[in-house]
Design a protein around this ligand. Structure first.
Ligand code: ATP
Ligand code: MG
Length: 418
C-alpha cells in the first residue's frame, strides 16, 4: 500500500469542514478589509528565498525543499509567502499608482521540519501584505485584522506580542551591545546559538533551546537602542492598537526568524490548550527594505502569515463544526420521477438552493433515512400520479407537515420555506 509522505496529511471529514469554514471567513474578512487576492507559484527560483528569507535562518539553512528540474534549473518549493508576493509586485510593476497595494494569499508552504503538534512539512498559510505605506496606522490594521478574524472563528483570550526592531542602524547598535554582553557567556549557549553569535546574533533571542537560560533572561533590551524617530513610530502603533481595543503586550524578545524584518514585529498567541507549545497562530512584521533589495523601488511594507493547521487544531477545543444542512432532498421511485428529480434539482441549485437526491437505487424508506442523515430541511416527494395533475408534495422534515404545491410554484415555495 502506498501511504502519504511524512509530514503531509489528508483534509477529510471534520477537518474538511473546519478548513472550509476558515477559508470562508478569510475570504469574507479580506474582502471587507479591502485586500485583493494574489496567487504566486508554489515553486520559485532557489535564489529568491536565499536572498530574502536569509541564508542564516532555519527555514533556508535546514528546511527548504530544493530541487533541480529536467533542465537543471535550481528551484525551491516556497517555505513562506512574502518572497513570492514581493517578487510578483516588482515583476508585474504593481508599484507606481494605486498605492498602497493590499494583497492576500492563501496556499500551501513546504518546510522540511520535524512533524508534530501543529507542525507539518506541507502546511497552509494565509497572509496579507500591504505594500507602499509606512503609516503606523497600517501596522495596527495588519495586527487587528487577523485578531478579529480569529475571534470570529471562536478564539478567546488572544494576545498580541509585539516588539520594535527599529531601523538597520538601530539594529546594528543593538547587535554590538548584544554581542558584547553575550561574549563572556558563549559556553552557556547551545551549538546553534554559538554559530548565530557570528552570523545572526538577533536570532539568539528567539532560540527555543536557550529560551529559559539565565544568560538570555538578562540580555540588554532592543527597545533601549532605538532612535527617537523609531520610538515615536512604535508609540503610535501602540496608541492605535489601544483605540482598536486589541489586547497586546510589548515583548522585547520577539525578533522573528527571518532576515527581512524591521520596525514592528508581532505574534498573535492563543491560549488554547491543544496547541501546547505551538501557540503562535499568526506572525509578521514590517519589511521596509525588501522590495529594494530585490531590485524594485524603495517601498515600505508590512504583512503577516498564519498557519491554517494550527487554527484547525485549536478549533477542536471550542467548537465542533457541523456540516451545513441541506435545504432540500428530492425523492423518487420510477424513471419518469427520476427525470423530474434531475431537472428540478438543477433548477433549484441554479436558484441558490442546496439540493441532493439518491443515485444508488435506494427504496423510498431508505431515501427518508438518507434525507435525515443529511439534515435536509424540506423533502420533495415526487409521485407520477401527482405529476400528471401538475402537483408536487413537499414535506417539512421538522414539523412533518405535508403540502401539495403547484409545479409552477415549487421553486418559489422551496426558496421561501427551505
Ligand atoms: P515557529 O516558531 O512555530 O516555527 P515560525 O517562526 O517558523 O513558527 P513563520 O515562518 O512566521 O513561523 O510562519 C507563520 C505561521 O505559520 C506560524 O505562526 C504558524 O502558525 C505557521 N507555521 C509555520 N511553520 C509551520 C509548520 N511547519 N506547520 C504548520 N504551521 C506552520
Ligand atoms: Mg519555524
Amino acid at each position: 500500500m502506498i501511504t502519504k509522505p511524512k509530514g503531509t496529511y489528508d483534509v477529510i471529514e471534520s477537518d474538511a469542514l473546519k478548513l472550509q469554514k476558515i477559508n470562508r471567513v478569510i475570504e469574507y474578512y479580506c474582502e471587507f478589509y479591502n485586500y485583493d487576492f494574489i496567487r504566486t507559484p508554489i515553486f520559485e527560483s532557489r535564489d529568491l528565498f536565499h536572498r530574502t528569507v536569509g541564508e542564516e535562518t532555519d527555514i533556508v539553512s535546514k528546511e527548504t525543499y530544493d530541487f533541480k528540474d529536467r533542465s537543471d534549473r535550481d528551484l525551491t518549493l516556497r517555505p513562506e509567502g512574502t518572497a513570492g508576493v514581493v517578487r510578483s509586485f516588482i515583476e508585474n510593476k504593481m508599484y507606481g499608482s494605486n498605492m498602497p497595494r493590499k494583497l492576500f494569499y492563501n496556499g500551501t508552504m513546504y518546510r522540511y521540519e520535524r512533524p508534530g503538534n501543529g507542525r507539518n512539512r506541507e502546511f497552509t498559510q494565509f497572509g496579507v501584505e500591504i505594500l507602499g505605506s509606512n503609516d503606523p496606522i497600517v501596522d495596527a490594521e495588519v495586527i487587528s485584522m487577523p485578531y478579529r478574524l480569529f475571534e470570529e472563528l471562536g478564539f478567546k483570550d488572544l494576545n498580541v506580542k509585539l516588539n520594535n526592531l527599529g531601523s538597520k542602524e538601530d539594529r546594528e547598535n543593538y547587535k554590538t551591545a548584544l554581542k558584547e554582553y553575550l561574549n563572556p557567556h558563549l559556553e552557556e549557549l547551545c551549538e546553534d546559538c554559538k554559530r548565530r553569535f557570528n552570523t545572526n546574533p538577533l536570532r539568539i533571542l528567539d532560540c527555543k533551546v536557550d529560551n529559559d537560560s539565565e544568560v538570555l533572561k538578562n540580555v540588554p533590551s532592543i527597545l533601549d537602542y532605538q532612535s527617537e524617530e523609531s520610538q515615536k513610530r512604535f508609540k503610535k502603533v501602540l496608541e492605535y492598537l489601544n483605540y482598536l481595543d486589541i489586547d497586546y503586550e510589548v515583548d522585547d524578545k520577539i525578533v522573528r526568524g527571518l532576515d527581512y524584518y524591521d520596525y514592528t514585529v508581532f505574534e498573535i498567541v492563543s491560549s488554547a490548550e491543544v496547541l501546547g507549545g505551538a501557540s503562535t497562530i499568526a506572525a509578521g512584521g514590517r519589511y521596509n527594505n525588501l522590495v529594494e533589495k530585490l531590485g524594485g523601488p524603495s517601498t515600505p511594507c508590512i504583512g503577516f502569515a498564519s498557519g491554517l493547521e494550527r487554527i484547525m487544531l485549536a478549533m477542536d477545543e471550542f467548537e465542533t463544526t457541523k456540516k451545513r444542512p441541506l435545504n432540500c432532498y428530492i425523492m423518487y421511485i420510477n424513471e419518469e420521477e427520476k427525470i423530474k428529480a434531475l431537472t428540478l434539482a438543477q433548477d433549484l441549485r441554479l436558484s441558490g438552493v442546496a439540493v441532493d437526491y439518491d443515485t444508488t437505487g435506494r427504496s423510498l424508506k431508505s431515501q427518508f433515512k438518507e434525507a435525515d442523515r443529511m439534515h435536509a430541511e424540506l423533502l420533495v416527494i415526487l409521485n407520477s400520479e401527482d405529476l400528471k395533475k401538475g402537483l408536487i408534495t413537499v414535506k417539512d422534515n421538522m414539523t412533518k407537515e405535508e403540502v401539495k404545491i403547484d409545479e409552477n410554484e415549487i421553486i418559489d415555495y422551496i426558496i421561501s420555506n427551505g
